[in-house]
Structures are given as structure tokens and as C-alpha cells.
Design a protein around this ligand. Structure first.
Ligand SMILES: Cc1ncc(COP(=O)(O)O)c(C=O)c1O
Length: 416
């Protein structure tokens, strides 16, 4: 069990006041807060180790290189990459860049006119736009699987749309709006049986549940450090080794070559073939501290804590008048993300009232405009939880929502 009250002491920002009230941070799907261990790792790196990696034959450079490469190995273990081989882990700027890397490097080489990329209506723009761009360039098509009324993927439709034309299936593991956890192991098996590749957008799953890339059959997995206690500016792409070896580089420059002559170049081995230029050394090293922190607690424990919070939130929120909740009814079928609307109040207005009470949620289309259209809304409000959140914070959210409803009800009455 997580003792969230105790654990909160590890997060300096959580003792902040916002508009004279204690911060209630419920915007974790956007980015999470950082424990002292991560902040200190960053500071320690700059105070004791800062040097460029892989190049220098001096102590600082060797230490920085070792620390950076150690994190690669930690990531390989964290997601249970085959044989925990670190060369299958590439560091990018974020999940978005990781997906762009696959679309550009793999898609640029392998997609042909008439090929299909199978996506879903619940994807984040990060797992849509890179595919739109490469599809247009290559004359390929994007195809979409719908959801049902509870926010689950329509698997029968998925099976029908998975054809010999499908060259890659790219699906989010967990929806950043609905919280739905998709049956990625089943999707992975279907994709492989159909002879196609499978990319998993793990931005909303790797931070929240135990990840095993082998179990889910992912050929590629993308996620971001900043959504799992780590610093901004670090993303991860896991790729099956033979795919990474076969694909051409994504970006060109220093570090990613083995030999350069005038007009010609040969590529470095994986993973360095995909890490052109000086990488985000300091933040990758601090990400290592975030992984240690999560691993110490255990991802099963993290998931259980979030399920308890979401179960409580669904119960107390659904008792509010005029509230519409989106996504699966059962907490075990979702992550700690709860999207909602209250009557006709615009989510931005809700968010503003909550902010005046120190409560941070997100309002808008959540970079999922096709899903908003599918839900027939322009926007939703979204509360999203993490390991340091408590049921008391959900009570504060509910109280503030009641106030918002009263206030806007009054505004509507005085207008008519
Ligand atoms: C499902 C999903 N995929 C991808 C992303 C993109 O993450 P980043 O902005 O860190 O690249 C997000 C961010 O919210 C997300 O929720």
C-alpha cells in the first residue's frame, strides 16, 4: 500500500500554496511532479560530473557516459525488453519524437502506395500526425478503429480492418481522455498473426502500470520521462533490435556515424545510430532517479493506488448533479484519468474556478480532437491522479465542482 501522505513529503512542490490554498495537483496525465531524488540527481550531475559523453577520454566524460548508459540499462529492465538488452532503448526528446522517429525512419523506408496504417479514434495527436505526414508522402492510408459507448475499442471492427494492406498497427495502451486500458496483448497477437508490426503509445501506461514489452508483443513502444516523475526533455523509444538495425537513421550528425568521408557515411551501431548530436545527458541521468523511485514502490502498487483513487472519484463524482463522466465504468479497466463535463459549463470555466481554490486540472481537447468529435463534445475537464494523490484531494475537487455549478447556475439564471 502507498502511504500517499508520507510520500508527498518527497515532492517539494506539493507544499506550495496557490491563491492562498494548498496545491491540489490533478493534472498528472499532462506531466507529473518530481521527487527530491530527481531534482537532486540533476543538481548533482551539474555540480560534480558535467561533461560531454562518448567522446572524451577523461574522468568526467567517462563518469557521465557511464551514468547515461546505466539509465538505458535501467529502462530496458523497467519495461522488460528482451534480455534486458539496452541497445533496444533509444533516448528522444519525448514520446512524440519517438513516434515521429518510427514514422519517418521505418515508414519512410517501408511504406508504399496503398499500404495502410491502422490507428484508433482515441489516439493522441502524437500518434496521429506523424502517420498523416508519412502516409501523405508515401501514398499510404490511415485507417481508424472506433470505440463503443463505454470507451472500449471495437475489437470486431479492428479484426475486420486488419488486412494484408495493413503495414503497422499503432495504438495507445491507455487513453489520455477516457482512461481506457486497451487490450494491447491481444492487439499485438492479432497484428503479428496478420504479419504486421505493432507500435504501442505507452505515454499514459508506462508511468501507471507494470510494463512488459514482451508480453504485449510490442515491436515499438514510445513514452515520456516527464509523465513518470522524470524531467522534461527525455523520451524513450523501445524497438526490436532487428528492426532498429534495419531502419535508416532518423536525424544525421555527430555521434550517429561510424565513418564519414567526403560525400559518404556509415552508421554507428544501435542505439547510437539514432542519437545524433549531444543528447539530454543531465535529464536522462535524473530520469534514472525517477525509475529507481518508481521501482522501489513497485508499479503494481502504483497501479493499485490509482485504481483506488479512480474508484473513489467515479463514485463521488457520479453523485454530482448534471455531471457526465467519460470512459469505462469499472476502475480496473482504466488508469487514473477521469474526464467529465458538468451541465453546460465550459471546461475552461470549471478549470478556472478550481484554480482559484488551488486545484489544478486540465480542460480542453487534450490533443485528441478526433475523440472529442466522436464523443460529440468540444472539450472535457480532466482530473488525473498519481501516486501522491489522496482521497481528500478528490473530496476537495468535488466540493469545488459543487461551487462551480452553483456559481454558473446563478450566472445562467441572472442572464435569463
Ligand atoms: C496518449 C499520449 N500519447 C502521447 C503523448 C505525447 O507525450 P509528449 O508530449 O510527452 O511527447 C501524450 C501526452 O499527453 C499522451 O497522453
Amino acid at each position: 500500500m502507498i502511504n500517499a501522505q508520507k510520500l508527498r513529503q518527497d515532492f517539494p512542490i506539493l507544499s506550495r500554496q496557490i491563491h492562498g490554498q494548498p496545491l491540489v495537483y490533478l493534472d498528472n496525465a499532462a506531466t507529473t511532479q518530481k521527487p527530491r531524488a530527481v531534482i537532486e540527481a540533476l543538481k548533482r550531475y551539474y555540480e560534480t560530473t558535467n561533461a560531454n559523453i562518448h567522446r572524451g577520454v577523461h574522468t568526467l566524460s567517462e563518469e557521465a557516459t557511464d551514468q547515461y548508459e546505466d539509465v538505458r540499462a535501467k529502462v530496458a529492465q523497467f519495461i522488460n525488453a528482451p534480455e534486458h538488452d539496452p541497445s533496444q532503448i533509444l533516448f528522444t526528446r519525448n514520446a512524440t519524437e519517438a513516434i515521429n522517429l518510427v514514422a519517418r525512419a521505418w515508414g519512410g523506408e517501408n511504406l508504399k502506395p496503398g499500404d495502410e496504417i491502422l490507428l484508433t479514434v482515441m489516439e493522441h495527436h502524437s500518434n496521429l500526425i506523424p502517420w498523416y505526414l508519412i502516409a501523405k508522402e508515401k501514398g499510404a492510408r490511415t485507417v481508424f478503429v472506433d470505440i463503443d459507448e463505454q470507451g472500449f475499442l471495437r475489437m470486431e471492427e479492428f479484426k475486420k480492418k486488419l488486412t494484408s494492406r495493413t503495414k503497422i498497427v499503432a495504438v495507445t495502451h491507455a487513453s489520455n481522455v477516457l482512461g481506457t486500458i486497451n487490450p494491447v496483448a491481444e492487439i499485438g497477437k492479432l497484428a503479428h498473426d496478420a504479419g504486421t508490426l505493432f507500435l504501442v503509445d505507452g505515454a499514459q501506461s508506462v508511468p501507471h502500470l507494470p510494463m512488459d514489452v514482451q508480453k504485449i508483443g510490442a515491436d515499438f513502444l514510445a513514452f515520456s520521462a516527464h509523465k513518470m516523475l522524470g524531467p522534461t526533455g527525455v523520451g524513450v523509444l523501445y524497438g526490436r533490435k532487428e528492426l532498429l538495425e534495419a531502419m535508416p537513421p532518423f536525424l544525421g550528425g555527430g555521434e550517429m556515424i561510424s565513418k564519414v568521408t567526403l560525400g559518404e557515411a556509415a552508421w554507428n551501431e544501435v542505439p547510437w545510430k539514432y542519437e545524433a548530436g549531444t543528447p539530454n545527458i543531465a535529464d536522462v541521468i535524473a530520469f534514472g532517479a525517477a525509475l529507481d523511485y518508481l521501482q522501489e514502490i513497485g508499479m503494481e502498487t502504483v497501479q493499485k493506488h490509482e485504481q483506488e483513487l479512480v474508484s473513489y472519484a467515479l463514485r463521488v463524482l457520479s453523485a454530482l448533479e448534471e455531471i457526465v463522466l467519460y470512459g469505462p465504468a469499472k476502475p480496473e479497466q482504466r488508469t487514473g484519468v477521469v474526464s467529465f463535463n458538468v451541465g453546460t459549463i465550459h471546461p475552461h470555466d470549471i478549470s478556472q474556478i478550481l484554480d482559484s481554490r488551488g486545484i489544478a486540472i486540465r480542460a480542453g481537447h487534450h490533443c485528441a480532437q478526433p475523440l472529442m468529435r466522436r464523443l460529440n463534445v468540444v472539450a472535457t475537464a480532466r482530473a488525473s491522479f498519481y501516486l501522491y494523490n489522496t482521497p481528500q484531494e478528490i473530496d476537495l475537487l468535488v466540493e469545488a465542482l459543487k461551487e462551480a455549478r452553483k456559481f454558473f447556475g446563478h450566472v445562467a439564471r441572472t442572464r435569463t
